[in-house]
Design a protein. Structure first.
Length: 202
């Protein structure tokens, strides 16, 4: 059986000796929930159906979002909240299926990008502070352990309600990107998927 993109990424990180990336990718693998693709295919929501299918699926996701907000959160109904969270995961994975995307591989890259918002050393945290000082933003950082690991990172927070460098509101306590932040890097789409979605990767 051909390894999945995620399995290949784990193998490359292992070969490179990048233990942290291996751990992140393995965690992403465990966090991927199977079943949505199979059920969508079964009911006729076929894989790799292009933008028209995306238009339809996003409408379903929006409906589930509002139902969860109203029946779960606003009503303080824990059953509806749990059902809504599951439905949102299921329908979002359905969006990936119907557009031909590899949700697990892309999710792993997003998780890795999220972790790049943190700093591995205090020296790095100070460089991140200098980045925000130059934007006239007040920040603070804390040394925190990544849950379930022996790894520690520095997390930078907004120290008060303020405006960021792009003119947007930034609330007190919002966690901020490290100067080391890197956007997700996704693999090229398979030709049959790119033929329907296009190949603009930015």
């Amino acid at each position: 059986m051909t390894p999945t993109h995620l399995q290949q990424a784990i193998a490359r990180a292992t070969d490179a000796g990048d233990e942290m990336m291996v751990a992140l990718l393995q965690r992403a693998s465990r966090d991927y929930f199977p079943g949505s693709a199979e059920i969508n295919q079964l009911v006729g929501n076929l894989e790799n159906s292009g933008w028209e299918a995306a238009d339809k699926q996003i409408g379903i996701i929006e409906s589930e979002f509002h139902e969860t907000a109203d029946d779960g959160i606003k009503a303080r109904n824990v059953y509806e909240l749990r059902d809504g969270v599951g439905d949102l995961i299921f329908t979002t994975l359905g969006l990936a299926h119907r557009t031909g995307l590899d949700a697990a591989a892309d999710y792993a890259q997003v998780v890795a990008s999220q972790y790049s918002k943190f700093d591995p050393t205090e020296q790095d945290a100070l460089k991140t502070k200098a980045k925000y000082d130059a934007l006239n933003m007040e920040t603070r950082y804390e040394h925190r352990q990544i849950p379930g690991t022996d790894d520690w990172v520095y997390v930078t927070f907004s120290a008060k309600d303020q405006i960021d460098g792009e003119g947007r509101k930034c609330g007190a306590g919002k966690w901020l990107k490290s100067y080391r932040f890197a956007n997700p890097v996704f693999k090229a789409l398979p030709p049959e998927v790119a033929a329907k979605l296009g190949d603009n990767q930015e």
